[in-house]
Design a protein around this ligand. Structure first.
Ligand SMILES: [Zn+2]
Length: 275
């Protein structure tokens, strides 16, 4: 956890924060008010789930964020605190995959569908729901081994296409997957690349995504609780074999999901007395 301490001294101290490209930063602030202004967007400061005197802010760091320093500012009523953000290179590995050629260079007739699906997803992730649906840590949707971590640069059939925007969990047979936390189902759809897809809105700019599903057990608009079965794993979409792809979006940016889950869990482990 990155906790801003020594605030009694005043708001004039320059505060330094280190991060890595792709690994969003969960800031803890000495009051639950104001906004964080970054070069890209203004981020709301939110209530700390475990201490009413503190605030938190999810500071997205894009996979392609420039390495080096940038300045962000916390502005709360009557006060302004500059924060020096240093982004380090996470040095992700490269992966080589062989998939159906049509999923690497899509046929012309698929392009409209792909563009539409991309626009739909962007609209969902860009929407800030001013409610927090969860009050417990997020869980992994499947108790299984990781077969591919977030961030690998991916070469499909010899062509560098993208980076891995989530984590893959092994699932050799269709098995039930669980909602990572409470939220509202905002998308249930068969998509070109991600196959059977579910997106959950957890409120305040956080979304979890579940790809390559073979069966849906929820509908758009359903309220789900952490641990509810929402679907079965499968092998639909651009895929080399059955698995669950699990992703998390933070204010419209794909973050390393397991890294962020661990940071959120730490908020709940913070002793109220020690703060
Ligand atoms: Zn994946």
């Amino acid at each position: 956890m990155r906790l801003l301490i020594g605030l009694a001294v005043g708001f004039l101290t320059l505060w330094g924060v280190d991060g890595y490209n792709g690994k969003s930063i969960l800031l803890t602030l000495p009051s639950p008010s104001g906004i964080i202004v970054t070069p890209e967007q203004n981020i709301s400061v939110l209530a700390h789930p475990n201490n009413r005197n503190l605030g938190i802010a999810f500071l997205p760091v894009d996979y392609y964020a420039p390495i080096g320093e940038s300045n962000v500012t916390w502005i709360s009523p009557g006060k302004t605190l500059p924060i020096s953000l240093t982004v380090h290179n996470a040095s992700y590995p490269t992966e080589t995959l062989s998939v159906d050629p049509e999923k690497v260079t899509p046929p012309p007739e698929a392009e409209e569908r792909i563009a539409r699906e991309r626009a739909e997803a962007k609209a969902i992730y860009g929407h800030f729901t001013p409610v927090r649906y969860w009050d417990k840590p997020f869980i992994r949707p499947l108790d299984s081994n990781i077969t591919s971590e977030y961030g690998s640069a991916r070469t499909y059939n010899g062509t560098l296409k993208s980076y891995h925007g989530g984590v893959d969990l092994r699932a050799r047979v269709p098995i039930p997957i669980q909602a990572s936390n409470d939220g509202i189902i905002v998308l249930v759809q068969d998509r070109y690349y991600s196959g059977g897809t579910i997106i959950i809105d957890h409120g305040e700019g956080l979304y979890t995504c579940y790809f390559h599903l073979s069966r849906f057990d929820v509908n758009v608009g359903d309220y789900v609780h952490r641990g509810d079965t929402i679907a079965l794993t499968g092998d639909s979409g651009r895929i080399t074999g059955p698995h669950l792809h699990f992703g998390i979006m933070v204010h419209g940016i794909q973050a390393d999901p397991l890294d962020l889950l661990a940071q959120i869990e730490q908020l709940f482990e913070t002793s109220k007395e020690s703060l």
